[in-house]
Ligand binder design. Structure first.
Ligand SMILES: [Zn+2]
Ligand SMILES: [Zn+2]
Length: 155
């Protein structure tokens, strides 16, 4: 109950997160929501798999864009489209921002969102060659993003 009261303000938005210094929210549904098995997510998050939620770029509002540092999401491909935005004050990861303005990506458990409110619908970038066991939770497993995923138009 106390937890809910504390979150009352943020609950006025459908989905919200961030840290004490930078707040993000979306009032629209994500365009994609997956459990990512890729090596970049593994390296950046230190987790075996990473729950990644894509929203349309224009659907994720940020109240303090200047309060974030930006670095390449994939440090081995620094010209890639995704930047990891972290709070300049406390270092909390805030979001992945797309230089092409198609999406903003949220990792709920690291970026202040409620993972239970945004369940992943499938497994992405699963590669049996890594030796990781094939997921057995019944959700579809793909070698990349789901085949019917379409990148949104830039906002
Ligand atoms: Zn990934
Ligand atoms: Zn912060």
């Amino acid at each position: 109950m106390t937890h809910n009261e504390e979150r009352e303000e943020s609950m006025s938005h459908k989905y919200s997160g961030g840290c004490d210094h930078v707040h993000t929210h979306s009032d629209n549904e994500p365009v994609d929501n997956h459990t990512c098995h890729c090596s970049v997510c593994k390296r950046v998050t230190g987790q075996d798999t990473t729950h990644v939620v894509f929203f349309k770029h224009g659907d994720v509002a940020v109240d303090n864009l200047d309060g974030m540092n930006r670095q390449p999401f994939n440090d081995q491909n620094p010209d890639g489209p995704l930047e990891l935005c972290t709070c300049a004050t406390c270092g909390t990861p805030i979001m992945l921002d797309d230089k092409q303005n198609r999406i903003r990506a949220i990792v709920p458990n690291l970026m202040g969102y409620d993972p239970a409110g945004l369940p992943a619908t499938y497994h992405a970038f699963y590669d049996p060659a890594t030796g990781a066991p094939e997921p057995t939770d019944g959700r579809p497993v793909h070698a990349g993003l789901r085949p019917d995923f379409v990148w949104p138009d830039p906002s």
